[in-house]
Design a protein around this ligand. Sequence first.
Ligand SMILES: Cc1cc2nc3c(=O)[nH]c(=O)nc-3n(C[C@H](O)[C@H](O)[C@H](O)COP(=O)(O)OP(=O)(O)OC[C@H]3O[C@@H](n4cnc5c(N)ncnc54)[C@H](O)[C@@H]3O)c2cc1C
Length: 341
Amino acid sequence: MTDNVREYEVAVVGGGPAGLTTALYTTRLSHDTVVVDRGGGRAAMMADTHNVIGITEDVSGSELLRTARQQVQHYGADYVRRLVESVERVDDGRFRLATRTGDVDFLAEKVVLATGFTDEQPEPPLPPTGRGLHYCLHCDAYMFVDEPVYVMGTGEAAAHVAMIMLNFTDEVDLLTRGDEPTWSEETDRQLRAHPVDVVDEEITGVEKDDDGWLAGFAFEDGAFREYRGGFPMYGADYNAELVDRLGCERNDDGTVAVGEAGETSVDGVYAVGDLTPGHNQVPVAMGEGANAGIDIHYDLREFPKSIDEIEAEGEVSPDEVPGMSDELREAAREFNAAGDD
Ligand SMILES: Cc1cc2nc3c(=O)[nH]c(=O)nc-3n(C[C@H](O)[C@H](O)[C@H](O)COP(=O)(O)OP(=O)(O)OC[C@H]3O[C@@H](n4cnc5c(N)ncnc54)[C@H](O)[C@@H]3O)c2cc1C
């Protein structure tokens, strides 16, 4: 255990859209905040950004995150590139976060888990497709209007996504790659009543167009089928080691059980973004981050003191205000002065 311990009011684990938005709110609402982020994540995989109003499609996920990191740091938050290996409650009720590198620990009153999930990959792995391998239906379906599309997988989600894609195109194949379907009989009936071709043969090759997009797959039976792109549907592997270590309740689907502001079953611990139930979208992750940030502010802010506190501790004296740290005050002064230039 290192002696290098940094103290904050709020520690956010995960620097995707959810965690960075929580940090944006807690910092601008006067609370010392650190974001500890190992880097990568789902947002970083976005080649372009869809469904985020005010952000044009040509902005990549990495660009979006870089700007977001700069924003929260300008407001006075700290951003540290580390993998958080453990979080535990210590004797004074705060949480201690230890990192894999072991060179620095963090102490905080509130912890926000924004660690997301990792998309399960097709097994055996798919040959590299370039563009044409997509993990976000609500982001990318629009790209495939009138284009030939595949959906890959054998579960309920794969069957449903194949049928949903018929809202966008009349050419949808469902590729099971030789595996036995596990979708229900009812789904099977539904599927057979829609013009989706279920292809059982394994994929043996991939062809790309000159523009780098997928052209299609070759199959074991010698057939070549053209596709512009599609969706492997193999589920989510939640980054929930810290959630489980802290004893936060999880739902049957693996998501973390949360209240309206992202409060978990463990007092002082929040979860936001893809780690929680709801649509896996950047604006949703940002909204959850905002809700948690504001809720944390309600809990942590110094003023107004309650009548009970005033009776116990006396009236608030002028030298007790403002209720934010000198560091954050300085950052805010600098930020506001730069805005006046
Ligand atoms: C290819 C792809 C394209 C997409 N396109 C779009 C789109 O166009 N529009 C849209 O709205 N949505 C899109 N999505 C969905 C969107 O990316 C997610 O819904 C969003 O990123 C969720 O945000 P998050 O902050 O919860 O998680 P993430 O973005 O996954 O961020 C989680 C962060 O936590 C970090 N982390 C995890 N464990 C630890 C740990 N132990 N210690 C420290 N850090 C840790 C990760 O490194 C990562 O930085 C896309 C997803 C994919 C995969």
